[in-house]
Ligand binder design. Structure first.
Ligand code: MG
Length: 376
């Protein structure tokens, strides 16, 4: 990227607030490129391939996994970053890392791990996947001789931490500050956050249709969908099936990206941030127009009611919860069942290490561990 093409409100690698441990500057790439490269090379990134987005990994080869989801987020985020003249390398790094802390089995896995932690070891502070993503890059990866974690730049870590309670913000130091003084993150972090939403809303429609759990007829209740359904039918009266739905989905992604770009450009023109600090003090700048926000919310609600709570998804998630709950209890009751690396002397540290171990599992690894512990 040619640096002078970046807008004044963009994050620049050379102005980064730096890494937790000092390192020599990279040669031949920027600090944010180095962060992106470190993320792509880490173990947690490769595990995303075998972690559930909505459908458990073995249900079908064409469904999204956390890995393909993260790639789609990065692709959408890069387009937005280029449109808005901000740092593409930083949005890519944040996008590729944003789900590193996800448990196996999607939200069911995270909810159960949080419930198990709160019920069995209430003083340990529960489990939250977004916080865990930061923990993966700050503490858990073991790849470098002189520090734990990936030692990423402040701006990448800030982007990974999308939300955070006040209690956690107080102990997190620099990346927690904005939750205490209620400022915004960089524009790159704001972009990655909304690119995530554009990606999952659209690919969950695609996967939902592919699985047969939702139908085109049902989706035609939604303004965003039916507008593009009619548009595609006008342009291609004979197109049907997968080609029809793919054309609708690509048109929806396009519309959302264009709306987000135009609304954000208008917000930038209004607030005129001249620096990254101005972005932090301004209201949220990256946003959909209010009519698009309403349509996107309607879509989210639809997916909640009709896909995420479909009885066939719920059955799978019920099994997933049982696996996570039973693994957590078995390890907590008898830490000698854990691999040596995960054994701790202190009770709170032990609970956290069990959560780290389970959160790091892929779907199939969790199923196999469960089998090893509970079946002869
Ligand atoms: Mg995501």
């Amino acid at each position: 990227m040619i640096l002078n093409q970046l807008a004044p409100y963009a994050c620049r690698s050379e102005n980064s607030r730096g890494r937790r441990y000092d390192e020599e500057a990279p040669v031949g790439r920027t600090q944010f490129q180095r962060d992106r490269d470190r993320i792509v090379h880490c173990n947690a990134f490769r595990r995303l391939e075998y972690k559930t987005q909505v459908f458990v990994n073995h249900e079908g080869d064409l469904f999204r996994t956390r890995l393909t989801h993260s790639l789609e987020v990065a692709q959408i985020a890069r387009t937005l970053a280029r449109n808005l003249q901000v740092n593409e390398d930083l949005v890519e790094a944040i996008s590729l890392a944003h789900d590193l802390g996800h448990t196996p089995f999607g939200h069911a896995g995270q909810d159960e791990l949080n419930d198990s932690m709160n019920q069995r070891v209430p003083e340990a502070g529960g489990f939250e996947h977004n916080l865990q993503s930061l923990r993966v890059v700050d503490e858990l990866e073991e790849r470098y001789a002189s520090f734990n974690g990936l030692n990423l730049c402040f701006e990448t870590r800030e982007g990974i931490l999308k939300h955070c309670s006040r209690r956690n913000a107080q102990r997190l130091g620099d990346v927690g500050e904005r939750f205490l003084n209620r400022t915004r993150p960089s524009i790159e972090a704001q972009i990655a956050n909304l690119a995530d939403e554009i990606a999952y809303n659209n690919h969950d429609i695609d996967d939902g249709l592919r699985s047969g759990l939702i139908t085109v007829d049902q989706l035609c209740e939604l303004e965003l969908f039916v507008t593009h359904f009619e548009g595609v039918q006008r342009r291609y009266p004979d197109v049907q099936g997968r080609r029809l739905t793919s054309e609708i989905i690509r048109a929806m992604i396009n519309t959302l990206v264009i709306d987000l770009t135009q609304t954000t450009l208008a917000n930038l023109a209004e607030h005129k941030p001249a620096s990254v600090d101005d972005v932090r003090q301004a209201p949220q700048l990256v946003a959909f127009s209010s009519s698009m926000r309403k349509q996107a919310d309607e879509l989210k609600r639809f997916l909640h009611e009709n896909l995420y709570r479909h009885y066939r998804v719920m059955r799978m998630m019920n099994k997933a919860r049982t696996i996570v709950r039973e693994l957590f209890s078995a390890f907590l009751d008898e830490p000698r069942l854990l691999p040596d690396d995960y054994r701790r002397d202190d009770a709170l540290a032990q609970a956290r290490a069990i959560a780290d171990y389970i959160a790091g599992m892929t779907d199939r690894y969790a199923i196999s561990e469960h089998r090893k512990l509970f079946q002869m």
